[in-house]
Design a protein around this ligand. Sequence first.
Ligand SMILES: Cc1cc2nc3c(=O)[nH]c(=O)nc-3n(C[C@H](O)[C@H](O)[C@H](O)COP(=O)(O)OP(=O)(O)OC[C@H]3O[C@@H](n4cnc5c(N)ncnc54)[C@H](O)[C@@H]3O)c2cc1C
Length: 551
Amino acid sequence: MKPRLEEKVSATQTAFEVCVIGGGATGAGCALDAQLRGLKTILLDAGDFASAASSASTKLVHGGVRYLEQAVKNFNLEEYRMVKNALRERLYMLANAPHLAHPAHFLVPVYSWARAAYYLAGMKLYDAVAAESNLFPSRFLSRRETLNRMPGLKSRGLRGAVCYSDGQFDDARYDLALIETFVTAGGSALNYARVSGFERNDDGMLSAATVRDEVSGEMFSVAVKKFVNATGTGADKIRSLANPMLAARMRPSKGVHLLFSAGTFAGRDALLVPHTEDGRVIFALPWQGRLLVGTTDDEVTPATRMVVTKDEAEYLLRQLNPYLESPLRRQQVLSGMAGLRPLVAAAHGKTATSRLIRDHEVELDSSSGLISILGGKWTTHRLMAEDTINAVQREMGVPVTATKTKQHLLAGAVGYDKSFSNDIEKEYSLPADVAQHLTGKFGAAALKILELLKENPSWNRRIAAGLPAIEAEIVFCIRHEMAETVEDILARRTGVQFHGWNEAIEAAPRVAELLAQEKNWGPSRTASAVSEYMRKIYAFLNELSLDEATK
Ligand SMILES: Cc1cc2nc3c(=O)[nH]c(=O)nc-3n(C[C@H](O)[C@H](O)[C@H](O)COP(=O)(O)OP(=O)(O)OC[C@H]3O[C@@H](n4cnc5c(N)ncnc54)[C@H](O)[C@@H]3O)c2cc1C
């Protein structure tokens, strides 16, 4: 990515064909698809890229076994098609960024033979729906094999487990890789650029966006032929700016995750808890050296806050603990995340959010020309983008050309292979964990980070004791990935915050110093960058009554 100020100046001087509003999975996918089809495109996000739902997911590249169960039970063809599409998209997602996404085995433990038969039949159906897109065939594991693979599972009454396949990925970095690929293809991307209004032609069609630079507070304008609204749960606001007559469609639902030490539940496979109090499923997954447990599904109310509450943590533990030999406790939580699903409802629908179909919808508002892409899920972001840009081309009156995103390697994937981590470990005499971390987050672009060590060899220091993230990585994210705040770096670009709130607190002052060096900040701005970040982390710690001493 270019430096932010340079990109902003060029945004005000260029006439774009397409402006994508929102830099989460959906917007990043749309921008890449449009630019690869030759449409001059700009992507604007009000905050940081991937700062909303797109970094708060369960990190599954999946069709959704629960959605398939719902489709079968309710004879719902629409939901069946959604699962089928997602299973096909799963393959594209895994292949286009192998450093960020990989297949995984999921175990569903069973404590009765009737359940074993039910789950095995369900997973065989999942395989059949995936057909040629299937990753590995599902199978039944004996009690002994199950306990070998997942020794922390409650053994009393265990018959075995049904093992099936899906994908896992690094959501925040996948989003950044989509945006980097888009910029490499000639697109312009700007974070902290909030669309706050529109200008119109004489016929009422949107012709420019009024944008607020959330870093400087300045307002500027971007001239565009077609606008795509990909703002997730913010979609209704943009729709009403374009046309105040449009009825609200979004039904956001909150979901939280908790992270524990990986040692609390050893094993390389993911656990699916097949039944919860509210008739859903939850997961406990090995993820980047931690155990990721989630998620909840709660209707958003005016009282909803974007932290993990004690009730939410206790709920997750109540669902998971009956399956564990050693129950987990709230005091063992190392980190957590909260996000809002951008679910879309039929007008006046009363269905519970957990029952809403995770399908997407492309909506055209003919009186303003705004195209909104609503709903969907991470796994289907590419298909959502394809459908959206088809609509953009139709509305522009140009031929609809084929998408180029099905097989398009993302940034970091070109030149990457499985031996990459070992190669750089040897070549640059790196500790193994640092080499694995850099390759796992940046793929082949890890080389660009290591090049920075020529400029300043001391940037090989870790940003906090025991963490694999090094200072050169922070400098790279500031110079080349538009990182503006401590949180941009610790949460989304390096993943330190999701590894542990404690480590994030330890690393924050040094990250702020590096930001200050690179951006010429004075001491007061540097200090406020740290305190602003600490406030956010302490909001989580206080909510769960965790103080630093407990960890
Ligand atoms: C708890 C949870 C678990 C999930 N698990 C999975 C999973 O395992 N697998 C899966 O496939 N999917 C999963 N999902 C769904 C998936 O994460 C979302 O569908 C996806 O991330 C939505 O992306 P988005 O770009 O539409 O929205 P968002 O990521 O919310 O992005 C919208 C962006 O629009 C920007 N924006 C808003 N207003 C403006 C404005 N005025 N101007 C400019 N920008 C603006 C915001 O800053 C934001 O960055 C999960 C979701 C949640 C919440």
